[in-house]
Design a protein around this ligand. Structure first.
Ligand code: GDP
Length: 357
């Protein structure tokens, strides 16, 4: 990859920063009020590096008391869904991140139960949201719906396994699936390209719908368009994880030390870690919107089709019309509009400065 492409991920590359301080730019009422809420699910066979990657992505230890079971225990246990929540604050912006791990996935001889548990969990979150949405306290709903699912694919196979195909087919109508190739450091560049192509071909041949990044508006700036293009080209993201900091040519890097050298997790020449993080951070709002508008609506309509009446929901507009918005909300809405105006001004000034340069 050229230096030019590396330039397209500047904010995320700042050491020690995840980069979500930019989230309020994706104007969001809640992000200003009580922080940004996001739930990520990680699925894949044990040992593929899920926990290592998640800790590295968010520069935190999400699993301080983790115990890895042995093979006998694993063969007996079914999939357990374990949500861990952390609140991360960066430059005054709060992110309430919940990561739902799925230990035990793919470990059993018959993995039918793996899907059942995961589907049940996702549906439960939809159901809870549906109930809360129609309840009295709907302004303080905690959104625990799964906004994104990283599906880990083994780098050691020749493509997708039947389990991978089955999982994605069963879940693609319920959650935004982002496929990732684990432990990218075990493959050469050529092998990686081949594996990526095989996986994409298999995804398409099986009619699997994975999360696709939104098309850019024509008035979007060129740098952003280029970034989205590169992110799209990188799917399925090939990632490495590590939580050890080491020094390489005078720089502190997160990496894996091998007898022949260091794999730098945050080096775009070595793997797609930064791209995966950029994708997640810059498209958090889109992932949430698709969860709301597509997956949650699917759930609601299926529930209606089954004859169970869904509780009546009040939208913000309806609340506004009925005068249910209180002073605090009004101030917030005004602040939001002001923020938007300021962002537009800033964008216009930046464009002008670029022209002058
Ligand atoms: P999980 O069971 O999927 O959560 O996997 P873990 O994060 O516990 O990692 C399992 C093992 O793989 C550990 O020994 C890690 O050090 C190692 N590991 C994690 N990420 C990588 C990676 O990107 N490359 C390689 N080669 N090993 C990794």
């Amino acid at each position: 990859m050229s230096n030019e492409s590396v330039k397209n991920f500047p904010s995320i590359e700042t050491p020690g920063y995840v980069g979500f301080a930019n989230l309020p730019n994706q104007v969001h009422r809640k992000s200003v009020k009580k922080g940004f809420e996001f739930t990520l699910m990680v699925v894949g066979e044990s040992g593929l590096g899920k926990s290592t990657l998640v800790n590295a992505l968010f520069l935190t230890d999400l699993y301080p008391e983790r115990v890895v079971p042995d093979a006998i225990e694993k063969s007996k246990q079914t999939v357990k869904l374990e949500p861990s929540t952390v609140e991360i604050e960066e430059r005054g912006v709060k992110l309430r991140l919940t990561v739902v791990d799925t230990p035990g996935f793919g470990d059993a001889i018959d993995n039918t139960d793996s899907f059942t548990e995961i589907i049940r969990y996702i549906d439960e979150q939809f159901e809870r949201f549906l109930r809360d949405e129609s309840g009295l306290n709907r302004k303080n709903i905690m959104d625990n719906r799964i906004h994104c699912c990283f599906y880990f694919i083994s780098p050691f196979g020749h493509g997708l396994k039947p389990l991978d195909i089955e999982f994605m087919k069963q879940l693609h109508n319920k959650v935004n699936i982002v496929p990732v190739i684990a432990k990218a450091d075990v493959l050469t560049r050529k092998e990686m390209q081949k594996l990526k192509k095989t996986i994409l071909d298999e995804i398409s041949a099986n009619g699997i719908r994975i999360y696709s990044l939104p098309e850019c508006d024509s008035d979007e700036d060129e740098e952003y368009k280029e970034q989205v293009k590169q992110l799209k080209q990188a799917v399925p993201f090939a990632v490495c994880g590590a939580n050890t900091l080491m020094e390489v040519r005078g720089r502190k890097v997160r990496g894996r030390l091998y007898p022949w050298g260091v794999v730098e997790v945050e080096n775009p020449e070595h793997c797609d870690f930064i791209k995966l993080r950029t994708m997640l951070i810059t498209h958090m709002q889109d992932l949430q919107e698709i969860t709301q508008q597509v997956h949650y609506e699917n759930y609601r309509s299926e529930r209606l089709a089954k004859g169970v009446p869904a509780p009546k929901r009040n939208t913000l507009i309806e609340e506004k019309a009925s005068g249910a918005i209180n002073d605090k909300d009004r101030i917030l809405l005004e602040k939001e509009a002001e923020l938007k105006r300021m962002q537009e001004m800033l964008a216009a000034m930046q464009a002008k400065m670029q022209q002058q340069q």
